[in-house]
Design a protein. Sequence first.
Length: 474
Amino acid sequence: MFEYAPAPESVRPQIKEHYGLFVDGEFTDAADGADFKSVNPSTEEVLFTVAEAGEADVQAAVAAARRAQETVWGPMSGAERGKYLFRIARLLQEKAREFAVAESLDNGKPIKETRDFDVPTAAQHFFYHAGWADKLAYAGLGADPRPLGVIGQVIPWNFPLLMLAWKIAPALACGNTAVLKPAETTPLTALMFAELCQEADLPPGVVNILPGAGGTGAALVASAVDKVAFTGSTAVGRAIAKSIAGSKKKLTLELGGKAANIVFDDAPIDQAVEGIVNGIFFNQGHVCCAGSRLLVQESVADEVLARLKARVETLRVGDPLDKNTDIGAINSAEQLERITALTDTGRGEGAEVWQPDCDLPDRGFWFRPTVFTGVQQSMRIAKEEIFGPVLSVLTFRTPDEAIAKANNTPYGLSAGVWTEKGSKILWAAERLRAGVVWANTFNQFDAASPFGGLKESGYGREGGRQGLEAYLDV
């Protein structure tokens, strides 16, 4: 393995000591004066403090969004709305490096991921939906699609800016206004996006950002919004669905997953190994559609595992702002504790654990990439979403057994299939109970392609023409 000299990112964004709530086009402190700290997970240092929205702040933001939707944004022509979205997309591109560094600082993920994936894909969603803004009548959703009104949106900490784009871009393109709550551990890029909205001269109240914890999200869900869009854990999604049942609010949920990555005996092994690594170790495994269960055919299992371990040994764990880093910091002490606990459970249940011999920084929240073999379907590490860099390896003998094991989960968000035969890909994709099935690749996303799950992975789609329907009254 080559020795890599440090290659630190030289750009540093201007991070304020304190951020307020973004309501009606202006930053303001919380009505009760509450605030909280945002911590860099790679160093445990405080980055800034931010106001924490309470119920009164939620009501003010929803009222501002309602005024903007009824008086400005809703009556505005689609072509004019599209101009604002194009402007936001271009500004995101111009400030891409600042947003990428800020995301790595606040989230812990490697700079090469935020630089090459998160920020470009976020901008892509605004470009894509800007194009739809004046063409909604031709989306196949009816001749006169109308906006729903005010959208309440709650996003997770694993892809803060990208999840914001997934939610806000289609909402605005369809003529809605938005009140968005970022995750409490990663509010920075959402607040920078609020500043970008000011720079784009977006009308006040069209986008409102309310940092806070679970109480803020619950208040937003209970408020007078017309639709709730949530990405996060299945437990919270289930609670949201229960709380708004019987109301007229629309709801889309993108929840957890326990994806199967299936490697057949005729798969291109080296290509499959890269896909396995990308599937589970991308973003430290903090991915709802991560390929956290590897199903490999028995006849090639030893070869696949040997090559996989050799590849994992080359992964570099460390400073997220080093361009050579492959695996960054775990997002929080709470998440690190959960990953550690489930890994210990896997050991206790009899699975064999393997980790590469790599040094971890002294400060921050870190976890080595981990591979479990000898895993049985009844084990917790094969059933529960760990949301970390932990891979459970199971084997199968026949294609039917692979499908049965892959579908033996309450989740249904994604899956991967590795084989040289197109007929086998189509055969497997037809039988896998997953919203997204990748063939000879993994974690491929595009704004024009709908994404969403089945079963306890939620309902509704985000992205593509299909994703527009959730934000329209049709």
